[in-house]
Design a protein around this ligand. Structure first.
Ligand code: UDX
Ligand code: UDX
Length: 463
């Protein structure tokens, strides 16, 4: 079966970039991305490609090449489902905030809504592709909904998890380490797998396209994220030990990373990992393990989250202790709010939790982030429900450049590893601050010796 029309439900951080790259690489496939959020679709259709709602290096260029040719953004979900032979589901699956599995299980209500909508609209056979990260065996639920509420047409469900990281989405999509496609072992299942393999084969070499059964594919995504997050919690655990000894965590990471069995990536100690996936996926894994009665397995993985929460809290505690055990009415400048550089995404960013702790101590926070808006920062704090919107707004000041954010501050805290922070005139920042002037480098990106020579008291992570 040759695919000529694709629909993707969900124009978010995953659906948007993934579909843009498929459209760019497969000019003979019409790709329509739909979303319930009208503003989001309007933003994707903004005549100026610089204004698309997601910031990713290289993305606006791809959108401007493909949009209107074979890439479309629309709110007409039914029409796009009806026309497509293949439908990707790329809606968000947040951690449940209510009921059974609250705080752990994935909330699948949006996935179910999508499945029901597809079942209602579809008049021809369709291949449905899970792009969202889902608990193992979700495909089964989707299948049951489709088969029992549909119009008698045939559905094939594939799992095709996304491994792109934000900030490098475009290069990850263009040059993936691997593409994973899980499907049924029946001959119809195999045909559906082949149809999706053929789409990716337009730009990915065949030896990088793995096919498995559905459950292996679903579980591989959770496992990959759990392993990556575990490396960060492992090195962060060592960072605390380094601070108590004379060891330096960057040196330790370098020494172990040169062991080819360990490898050098994902060994950067930090104020803690964030992002929409790591915590959610591990909690999901923990929940699944518990639901099968596998308590040791659940506890083992939960420790990765416990360590990460500890690392964030430890960072804010260190700031308070170092500033003579009081930060009340002191101004603390934050450089960065995003969960990592090169993205405007702030979901689960360590900055939110550190700010919340410091505001509890009545510190005034003044933030500069090159890509995150004030509204986003305030709503991130509101979401924690520690204080109301008015209080959060009064404690959090936002500036459009770092020099103004740091002026009259007692301390600077680096929360995101944006490259531009390393290029600043730090002497000028020092001169504008209260003395003694402290730098808490939550990302170990600044040159400690240079800052100390200027007069700063510098504290990185793990040294
Ligand atoms: C993705 C994945 O899909 C998720 O499983 C993964 O684990 C995290 O990343 P992401 O693209 O980052 O989600 O989420 P988001 O940026 O919130 O985009 C989801 C979009 O789906 C939103 O624009 C939302 O409006 C839309 N949506 C949600 C629908 O169109 N219909 C719905 O029923 C629900
Ligand atoms: C992650 C996975 O990498 C990706 O494959 C998956 O599809 C989605 O989840 P993402 O969350 O976008 O991607 O970013 P990632 O680069 O993995 O970073 C996650 C967090 O870990 C960030 O807060 C980052 O700053 C932090 N991190 C990363 C560290 O603290 N140290 C490191 O060495 C690496």
């Amino acid at each position: 079966m040759k695919i000529t029309k694709i629909c993707c439900i969900g124009a978010g951080y995953v659906g948007g970039p993934t579909m843009a790259v498929i459209a760019q690489k497969c000019p003979d496939i019409q790709v329509t991305v739909v979303d319930l959020n009208e503003q989001r679709i309007a933003d994707w259709n903004d005549p100026n490609p610089e204004n698309i709602p997601i910031y990713e290096p290289g993305l606006s260029e791809i959108v401007s090449e493909a949009r209107g040719r074979n890439l479309f953004f629309s709110t007409d979900v039914d029409k796009a489902i009806d026309e497509a032979q293949m439908i990707f589901i790329s809606v968000n699956t947040p951690t449940k905030t209510y009921g059974k599995g609250k705080g752990m299980a994935a909330d699948l209500k949006y996935i179910e809504l999508c499945a029901r909508q597809i079942a209602r609209v579809a008049k021809q056979n369709k291949i449905v592709v899970e792009k969202s990260t889902l608990p193992v065996r979700t495909a089964e639920a989707i299948k049951s909904i489709l088969e029992n509420t549909g119009n008698g047409v045939q559905f094939q469900i594939l799992s095709n998890p996304e491994f792109l990281a934000e900030g490098t989405a475009v290069t990850d999509l263009l040059n993936p380490d691997r593409i994973l496609i899980g499907g049924d072992t029946t001959s119809e299942g195999q045909k559906a797998i082949q149809a999706l393999v053929d789409v990716y084969a337009n730009w990915v070499s065949k030896d990088r396209i793995l096919t498995t059964n559905v459950w292996s594919s679903e579980l591989s995504k959770l496992t990959a994220n759990a392993f990556l997050a575990q490396r960060i919690s492992s090195i962060n655990a060592m960072s605390e030990l380094c601070e108590k000894t004379e060891a330096n965590v960057s040196e330790v990471a370098r020494a172990i990373g040169m062991d080819s069995r360990i490898g050098a990536k994902f060994l950067k100690a930090s104020v803690g990992f964030g992002g929409s996936c790591f915590q959610k996926d591990i909690l999901n894994l923990v929940y699944i393990a518990k639901s099968y009665g596998l308590n040791e397995v659940a506890d083992y993985w939960e420790q990765v989250i416990i360590m990460n929460d500890h690392q964030k809290r430890r960072f804010s505690n260190k700031i308070v202790q170092t500033l003579y055990n009081t930060v009340a009415d002191k101004k603390i400048a934050f450089l960065g709010w995003a969960f990592k550089k090169d993205t405007n995404d702030t979901r689960e960013s360590a900055a939110i939790y550190v700010a919340d702790d410091l505001i509890n101590e009545q510190a005034k926070i003044s933030v500069y982030d090159p890509k995150v808006t004030r509204n986003k920062m305030i709503s991130d704090l509101d979401y924690l429900e520690t204080r109301n919107n008015q209080e959060n707004s009064s404690y959090l000041e936002t500036l459009d450049n770092a020099y103004d954010a740091c002026k009259d501050a007692h301390a600077v805290a680096v929360l995101t590893e944006w490259d531009e922070f390393t290029t600043y005139d730090w002497k000028r920042i020092y001169d504008s601050m209260h003395k003694p002037a402290f730098v808490f480098d939550g990302r170990n990106i600044l040159d400690a010796k240079k800052l100390e020579a200027i007069g700063f008291i510098y504290q990185g992570i793990g040294s």
